[in-house]
Unconditional design. Structure first.
Lengths: 337, 612
C-alpha cells in the first residue's frame, strides 16, 4: 500500500491530507508522518492566538517538511528543544516552490499570530517558481503531471497569479497545451540520466557527479535571468507583507554541501537580499565547510538526497544561533539530542 | 514490564505481520493486501510498515521481533525427509534449499536491513505460534488447544492447554502424517490450487455423497479412536515429488486428477464430500480425546484445518466442549499474532487481561488499516469521481439498506480492514439474501468465479436464532450452521441426483426464504454481527431489516477471483469499476456506478491476477 499523502488545494495546488497518520517505507528504515488538522506535518494542532511562547512560522519544501525522517527528527522540531520558550509552526510542503510557500502564507498561515517568519528556500525552488506543471508520482507509482499555481512577473515588478483554481486532475505530458510544455518541472536537468544514476545507487551517482561536473542550477548564474527575477520578486512581495521580522535561509543541495558543484551562483544571488529591510539573510553554507567531508556525506541518504537526521541536527544547530538574536534567549544553545 | 513486539510470518504462504503491546493486539495484516499478490509469501515489509504505522512507533522502539517458526528445525525436517527418499528428491531439495537457505535462515538480517535497527529477533515453533494465536485472544481464562495444519517444522497436529498466561503443548503428530496435507492432496486432485482452493473443496462437498470415505479410511489413512492418525505414504506424492498425489492415488479414485478449470463432475463432488467426512471424524475424535486429556471445558483452535467451518460447526453442535473459539486468521498469517503474543506473555511477562464483556480480545479481527473520510475524498476529488458525502450516520445506513433492499449489489469499504481470509464487513460486497438469483449473479457477474460457490450471511447477533440453528456467536464466519427448518423450501433435485452434473441448475433452485446464503444442504456459513465490533455494519443490516423485515444480508469478500481482498479506497474503486456492482461505499462517500465516467470495460483483472 503506497499511501496518498496529499489532497488538492485550489490555490496552493495541494497540501497534506488533514489528520493523516502514516509511516512511509524508506531506505533510512522508514519514518512517521503525522499531519494536523490544518494540513501540515506537525505533532501539534495550530492555534491562531499566540500564547507565551515565541512563535515562528516556517516555510519550505521537502527539506523542511522532513521527507525521509519522522517529525521529531526535523530541524524545526529539534529547534524547539534547543531554544527554550519557542514554538515553530512548520508550514512546509514537499515538492513545492517559493511561490507556493508565499501562497501558503497568504491563504493560511498569516492568520496565525507570530513573532518571526523563516523562509527556507531550498535552492532548487528557483526552477519550481518558473514551472506551471510538475512531475509527480501517484500512490500507485504512476508518473503524472500536476498543475501548479504560478506568478507572472510584470515589467513593473507586479505579480499576477495564474493557473488558479489549480486543475485537480493529473495530466499526461502529451495532453499539455503546447505553450506549457517548456514550463514543466521534471525535478532537475537531464531527467533520464539522473533517474538511471539514482537507480544504480550511491557510488555510481558520486562518480557520475565527479566526472560530469554537473552544475544543477545554472539559473542562478545570471542576475538578470527570468527565473531569478521571478524568485526575487516573490520574496520581495512576501517579505513586504510580513509585519514581523523575516529570516531567509537558502538551503543547499548536496552538490554544494559536498563541494562537487560551485555554489557561487546561488550565493551571489541570495546575497542581493542582504540589505532588505526587515529581512535577515542566513546562508548556512559556510557552516557546512567546518564539518569534515566524510561526515557531510552522511547528511543525505545513500540514494535519497533529502537530509538525514544528522543533517537536520546540523541545520537546527546552525539556525538556532541566528534565531536567538530574535527570541531574546541568552541561554547557550544546547546540543540537539 | 511494558513491551511492544512485532510478530512476523513469512516465506511459506500468506506472510503477515502483527504488533502487540503488553499483550494487546494493536494491528495485524497480510502482505497480500498491500502487495496485491494473492497469498504473497515474501517478507511482509509492507505489512510490517503498516503495523509500525498503526502503533505509531519508530522501529527502534520495538522490544522484540518474533518470527513464527524455527528455520533450523524446518531445515532439519526437510533434510531428513529428502534424504530418506533420495535420489528421487533432488529437485525437491533444490526448491526447498532455495527457500530455507535463501531466506528463512537469514530472517534476522532481513529484519535488520529493512528496519535499520538492532532489535532482538526471537524464533518460536510453528505450532506454538498457532496455539498462542488461538488461546490468548480467546474469551477463555483456560482452554484446551488443538492445532491442525499441513506442516510446521515437524508437527502437523498439536494438543495442549492454556491457563492464564501459561500454555503447554502435550502431544503432537509429526510429518508426513498430516490432516492438512491429506485435505490438500484432495484439493490438488480435484483440480483446485493447494493452499488456497481448500475452501472451494469444502464448498463443493454438500453437492456430493461421501462414497469414497471408506476407501480413504481403508487405504489412505489409519484413524485411531483418539483421533490420531497415520497416512499411508505409498499414495502421496509430496514426499518425493512436487505433486501432492501419485499414480496409485489416481488409480484408487478412477483416473487422473481433474484438470484445473475443466468441468466439475460427480466424481469431484463425491471426493469433496468424502474427504470432508473423514476430516470431520478426525476433528471430533481428537476433540473428545482432548477433553479427557486436559479436562478443560472450552476449546480453542488454529492452523489451516481450523478454517474448515463445516467441521467447526459440527464440533460446536456436538457440545464436546462448552465453548469453541477459533482464531479467524487460523492459517499461517495468524502465526504472526501468535508469535508476538507468545513472546509477550512468556518472555516479557505481560499480564493477560480478559475482555470484561466476556467476549474475545481479537477486536472483531478488524486489525488492518482504516482510511479517513479526508483520505477518501482526497482520492476521489483528485480524480473528479462523482460521489455523495452522507455525514449523518442514520441517513448513510438507510441509503445503503435501501439499495440492498432494491436488489443492488454494494461494494463496502468502511473502518479497519479484516485480518484473516474472511471479509467481515470492513471490505465486503453485500447483497440481498432473499433473491434467488443473487448467488449466480454475484458469482458470475461480480466475483467472476465458479457458480457453485456459496455466499455467507451476516446476521444481526440478536436475530441469529430466527434464521439459523446456532446458539453461539460466530463473529468470524467460522461456523457452519443449519438454516431453520421452517425457512427451508423443498428442492426437486431428481435430475441432479439422476446424474446431471449441472451445478448451476442446483444453485438457481430456491432453497429457503434466504436462498442466496442457503447452501444446497440447507446450511449456511454464518457471521453474527455485534454492534460492539462494528457499529456501522450493524447499522446497515438494521436499516435493511427496517425495510425488508430481514436482519440478514449476503456478505462476500470485496475482490474478484484471484485478487486479494481490497485494502485501500483505490483498490476498491478499481474493483468496483471492473464488476457489476451498483453502489460503492467508501466510508461516508457513496458512489453510484451510473454516475461514474464512462470508460472501456476493464477486463485487465483476468491477466493481472492468477486464478486461484
Amino acid at each position: 500500500m503506497d499511501i496518498q499523502l496529499f489532497e488538492h488545494h485550489p490555490i496552493i495546488g495541494y497540501r497534506f491530507i488533514p489528520g493523516l497518520k502514516a509511516r512511509l517505507e524508506h531506505e533510512g528504515g522508514g519514518y512517521l508522518v503525522r499531519v494536523n488538522d490544518a494540513g501540515f506535518r506537525s505533532e501539534r494542532e495550530f492555534v491562531k492566538e499566540k500564547g507565551d511562547k515565541f512563535r515562528i512560522l516556517l516555510f519550505g519544501d521537502s527539506f523542511t517538511a522532513g521527507d525521509g525522517v519522522s517529525n521529531k527528527f526535523r530541524y524545526s522540531d529539534l529547534l524547539e528543544s534547543l531554544i527554550p520558550g519557542i514554538e515553530i509552526y512548520n508550514f512546509a510542503l514537499p515538492g513545492s516552490g517559493t511561490d507556493q510557500h508565499y501562497l501558503t502564507w497568504r491563504e493560511i498561515a498569516k492568520e496565525y499570530e507570530h513573532d518571526l517568519v523563516v523562509i527556507a528556500a531550498q535552492v532548487e525552488n528557483i526552477r519550481r517558481v518558473a514551472a506551471r506543471h510538475r512531475m509527480s508520482i501517484t500512490a500507485s507509482g504512476e508518473h503524472v503531471l500536476l498543475a501548479k499555481p504560478y506568478f507572472d512577473l510584470g515589467p513593473d515588478g507586479s505579480l499576477t497569479l495564474k493557473n488558479v483554481p489549480v486543475r485537480k486532475e493529473p495530466l499526461k505530458e502529451e495532453d499539455l497545451p503546447e505553450e506549457d510544455r517548456e514550463f514543466v518541472d521534471q525535478g532537475g536537468r537531464m531527467l533520464w540520466l539522473r533517474q538511471l544514476v539514482n537507480k544504480m545507487g550511491g557510488p555510481v551517482k558520486e562518480m557520475a557527479q565527479k566526472l560530469s561536473n554537473y552544475q544543477p542550477l545554472p539559473e542562478y548564474d545570471n542576475a538578470e535571468g527570468r527565473e531569478w527575477q521571478l524568485m526575487k520578486a516573490i520574496l520581495k512581495h512576501w517579505t513586504a507583507e510580513i509585519e514581523k521580522p523575516v529570516v531567509i535561509m537558502p538551503v543547499p543541495l548536496y552538490h554544494y554541501v559536498e563541494e562537487t558543484a560551485s555554489a557561487d551562483g546561488y550565493r551571489a544571488r541570495f546575497a542581493e537580499l542582504e540589505d532588505w529591510k526587515g529581512a535577515t539573510l542566513f546562508d548556512p553554507l559556510p557552516g557546512y565547510y567546518a564539518v569534515p567531508k566524510q561526515e557531510r556525506r552522511g547528511f543525505r541518504f545513500e540514494k535519497d538526497l533529502h537530509p538525514t537526521p544528522a543533517h537536520h541536527r546540523f541545520l537546527a544547530e546552525s539556525l538556532a544561533k541566528v534565531l536567538q538574536n530574535f527570541t531574546g534567549t541568552s541561554a547557550e544553545v544546547a546540543t540537539a539530542k | 514490564m511494558s513491551a511492544t513486539i512485532l510478530g512476523i510470518s513469512a516465506f511459506y504462504h500468506d506472510s503477515a505481520a502483527a504488533i502487540v503491546r503488553d499483550g494487546e493486539i494493536i494491528a495485524a495484516a497480510q502482505e497480500e493486501r498491500f502487495s496485491r499478490k494473492k497469498h504473497d509469501p515474501r517478507f511482509p515489509r509492507k505489512a510490517v510498515n503498516y503495523c509500525l504505522s498503526e502503533a505509531f512507533i519508530e522501529a527502534d522502539e520495538l522490544d522484540a521481533v518474533v518470527f513464527y517458526d524455527h528455520p533450523l528445525l524446518t531445515l532439519d525436517r526437510v533434510l531428513k525427509s529428502i534424504l530418506s527418499a533420495a535420489p528421487r528428491t533432488e529437485d525437491q531439495w533444490l526448491k526447498a534449499s532455495r527457500s530455507i537457505l535463501g531466506t528463512k535462515l537469514f530472517v534476522e538480517d532481513y529484519i535488520k536491513d529493512i528496519l535499520k535497527t538492532d532489535v532482538k529477533v526471537y524464533f518460536t515453533e510453528h505450532h506454538a505460534s498457532h496455539a498462542a494465536s488461538a488461546f490468548y485472544p480467546s474469551p477463555f481464562e483456560e482452554a484446551a488447544i488443538l492445532t491442525f495444519d499441513g506442516v510446521g517444522e515437524w508437527a502437523t497436529t498439536t494438543l495442549g492447554y492454556g491457563e492464564g498466561e501459561r500454555m503447554k503443548l502435550l502431544k503432537e503428530i509429526d510429518y508426513p502424517h498430516s490432516l492438512g496435507l491429506l485435505y490438500s492432496a484432495f484439493t490438488y486432485f480435484t483440480g483446485f490450487k493447494v493452499n488456497s482452493g481448500e475452501y472451494k473443496l469444502m464448498g463443493l462437498a454438500p453437492y456430493g455423497e461421501p462414497v469414497y470415505a471408506d476407501i480413504i479410511r481403508d487405504k489412505l489413512i489409519d484413524i485411531k479412536p483418539d483421533g490420531s492418525f497415520r497416512l499411508n505414504k505409498e499414495y502421496f506424492g509430496y514426499l518425493d515429488t512436487d505433486r501432492m498425489t501419485n499414480d496409485r492415488f489416481a488409480e484408487l479414485f478412477g483416473g487422473p486428477a481433474r484438470t484445473p478449470e475443466s468441468g466439475i463432475t460427480r466424481r469431484e463432488m463425491n471426493l469433496a464430500a468424502s474427504v470432508q467426512n473423514v476430516t470431520e471424524e478426525i476433528v471430533l475424535k481428537t476433540a473428545h480425546y482432548l477433553r479427557g486429556l486436559t479436562g478443560k471445558k472450552h476449546i480453542v483452535m488454529a492452523g489451516g484445518v481450523a478454517l474448515n467451518c463445516v467441521a467447526n460447526g459440527m464440533l460446536q453442535r456436538e457440545k464436546i466442549f462448552d465453548g469453541v473459539w477459533i482464531q479467524p486468521a487460523a492459517g499461517d498469517a495468524g502465526g504472526a499474532i501468535g508469535g508476538a503474543l507468545l513472546a509477550a506473555y512468556q518472555k516479557f511477562g505481560a499480564k493477560r487481561e480478559m475482555n470484561p464483556t466476556g467476549r474475545d480480545t481479537q477486536r472483531g479481527s478488524y486489525l488492518g488499516p482504516a482510511f479517513s473520510s479526508n483520505q477518501v475524498r482526497a482520492f476521489l476529488d483528485r480524480q473528479s469521481y462523482p460521489y455523495t458525502r452522507v455525514e449523518d450516520k442514520q441517513e448513510w445506513a438507510d441509503t445503503i439498506g435501501e439499495a440492498l433492499a432494491d436488489g443492488k449489489v454494494v461494494g463496502y469499504l468502511a473502518g479497519r480492514m479484516e485480518f484473516g481470509p474472511r471479509a467481515l464487513g470492513g471490505r465486503s460486497i453485500l447483497g440481498d439474501p432473499r433473491r434467488a438469483e443473487t448467488q449466480a449473479t454475484m458469482n458470475l457477474k461480480i466475483k467472476y468465479r465458479e457458480s457453485f460457490r456459496p455466499f455467507a450471511p451476516s446476521v444481526l447477533i440478536e436475530k441469529t436464532a430466527e434464521y439459523f440453528d446456532l446458539d453461539e456467536e460466530s463473529p468470524y464466519m467460522l461456523l457452519v450452521a443449519p438454516v431453520k427448518e421452517e425457512r427451508r423450501l423443498a428442492m426437486d433435485l431428481d435430475k441432479f441426483r439422476g446424474g446431471d452434473d449441472d451445478l448451476l441448475e442446483v444453485v438457481n433452485k430456491p432453497r429457503s426464504d434466504i436462498p442466496a446464503v442457503t447452501h444446497v444442504d440447507y446450511s449456511a456459513r454464518v457471521q453474527t454481527v455485534h454492534p460492539d465490533d462494528n457499529p456501522d455494519y450493524y447499522a446497515v443490516i438494521k436499516a435493511f431489516e427496517k425495510i425488508t423485515g430481514y436482519g440478514v444480508v449476503v456478505n462476500t469478500s470485496f475482490n474478484v477471483r484471484g485478487e486479494p481482498i481490497v485494502c485501500t479506497p483505490q483498490d476498491a474503486y478499481r474493483c468496483f469499476m471492473r464488476t457489476g456492482m451498483d453502489l460503492l461505499v467508501l466510508e461516508d462517500c457513496l458512489l453510484w456506478k451510473n454516475d461514474q465516467p464512462e470508460g472501456e470495460k476493464d477486463e485487465s483483472w483476468k491477466t493481472e491476477y492468477e486464478l486461484d
